[in-house]
Design a protein around this ligand. Structure first.
Ligand code: FAD
Length: 413
């Protein structure tokens, strides 16, 4: 079957790789080169432990602070508030304890097989050097402070995530660069990371092309339908790209496409930022999550990446790089000896649903179109396992996990 994959971020590229393994022909359609949108500058964490939703119990109490502090870890631009308000209300609904347990259970199923699903793709493309499994350290200023996040950590443990408490002495032995700042940590030894998310996507994409995939550098503007099927994609240049099946993996822009097929999805962008310190003089071995600042620190091929921040301001507003500067400020506080003389800043659009779950499933009323988007904060983590499910769906095979929580129709049912 000739499958058109809209979007060549991590989700589209992994879907294509798994589709090829199942014997299909793939055409990528994207105006950008591979790995240049949100998959470019993320923190690169590959975490089976990342199964908690963004919305957690008690979050509603923090809403006034989000609105007051434009440089806080989570903020809503005033001008964007009327647009995002209905989404925020849904988001708060999904942060209730019972919902959080339901969501975490579903996400854990998707994320537990991260490495099983990446491994064959990495091996085939000879990219194993881009992924390391050195573990993640969640760090806190004290064990008392860590107790504020205990409920979520206990939930992770109850879902089979391996987590080990680490006292100050061991913490400083594991990561001497953290000396003095943090008194308590939790080690997630099964976690890993990529040394360069964009190179990972580009490398997998290049392998797909070596295996026969073609790439069309155009934006998809609409669909050509024949009965209950799509037989062509309308492109920016006025041409039509013929196809037997379509995978919509357009990240934060995907809802514009599904709307044309009669499927309305409450997809919102949670804009995130990074600073990559190219002059990095630290010797970090783990991914470090500074929980109080919601800041992820990852040693990467091009330097030390400090990533985080959630900003609700839509797809069109210019980046506010003061938010990246806040990340750098926290990084300097964490590591007073960090040489930050050379660094770059970046903003990306996380594709987010109010329940922090991606959309994986068929478009209702269309026999040959599938959704694979909305992975929010965990697109790198969930890319390969989503790709495996996409290939199964296109082939009409039974799913490898319970896909009901990811259903595209969960907003209308
Ligand atoms: C600061 C930050 C840190 C993060 N850290 C992590 C992390 O540590 N671990 C993790 O797992 N995740 C992380 N994420 C999230 C992760 O980056 C995203 O979930 C993931 O990159 C989304 O991948 P994607 O393929 O869905 O979308 P994208 O990478 O955005 O790709 C979508 C592609 O679709 C194309 N497209 C859109 N519309 C059309 C159209 N109409 N026609 C053709 N093409 C179209 C776009 O041009 C784009 O190339 C982070 C995100 C941010 C912002």
């Amino acid at each position: 079957m000739q499958v058109a994959v809209i979007g060549n971020g991590i989700v589209g590229v992994c879907s294509a790789a798994w589709l090829q393994r199942a014997g299909h022909q793939v055409t990528f359609i994207d105006p950008l080169p591979p790995g240049e949108a949100c998959s470019f500058g993320n923190a690169g964490s590959l975490s089976p432990s990342a199964c908690l939703p963004v919305g957690m119990p008690g979050m509603w109490k923090k809403v006034p602070r989000w609105l007051r502090d434009p440089l806080g870890p989570l903020t809503v631009r005033w001008s964007y508030l009327p647009t995002v308000l209905p989404w925020m209300l849904r988001f708060l609904h999904h942060s209730k304890p019972a919902e959080v347990v339901r969501i975490a259970t579903a996400l854990r199923e998707l994320l537990a097989p991260i490495f099983d699903c990446y491994e064959p793709l990495l091996e085939h493309a000879d990219l194993q050097h881009l992924v390391q499994r050195t573990g993640c350290l969640y760090v806190y200023s004290s064990s008392d402070v860590a107790r504020q996040w205990q409920w979520g950590m206990d939930l992770r443990r109850s879902l089979g995530v391996e987590l080990r408490d680490v006292g100050q002495e061991e913490l400083e032995t594991l990561e001497p660069d953290l000396k003095g700042r943090f008194r308590f940590g939790i080690l997630a030894p099964e976690n890993g990371s990529t040394l360069d998310p964009s190179e990972l996507v580009k490398g997998l994409h290049a392998q797909c092309e070596r295996d026969g995939a073609t790439s069309v550098r155009q934006r998809v503007t609409g669909f050509q339908r024949r009965g209950d099927r799509i037989d062509g994609l309308l492109l920016d240049n006025g041409e039509v790209q013929a196809c037997d099946a379509v995978v919509i993996a357009g990240g934060a822009w995907s809802a514009r496409l599904t709307r044309q097929l009669g499927l309305r999805i409450p997809l919102e962008t949670q804009r995130g930022y990074h600073v990559t310190v190219n002059s990095n003089n630290l010797a970090l071995r783990h991914t470090v999550m500074a929980v109080e600042h919601n800041l992820m620190v990852n040693p990467m091929a091009k330097g030390l990446r400090l990533a985080g921040s959630v900003e609700f301001a839509g797809l069109e507003a210019e980046p506010d790089y003061r938010r990246a500067d806040v990340l750098l400020h926290h990084g300097r506080e964490m590591f007073p000896h960090l040489d930050t003389s050379r660094h770059t800043r970046w903003m990306g659009h996380r594709p987010c649903l109010p329940d922090s779950l991606p959309v994986i499933g068929g478009v209702p009323g269309v026999a040959n179109a599938w959704c694979a988007f909305g992975h929010g904060h965990v697109g790198m983590c969930g890319g390969a396992s989503t790709g495996r499910e996409v290939a199964r769906m296109v082939d009409g095979q039974p799913a490898g996990l319970d896909l009901a929580p990811f259903s595209p129709t969960r907003w209308t049912a």
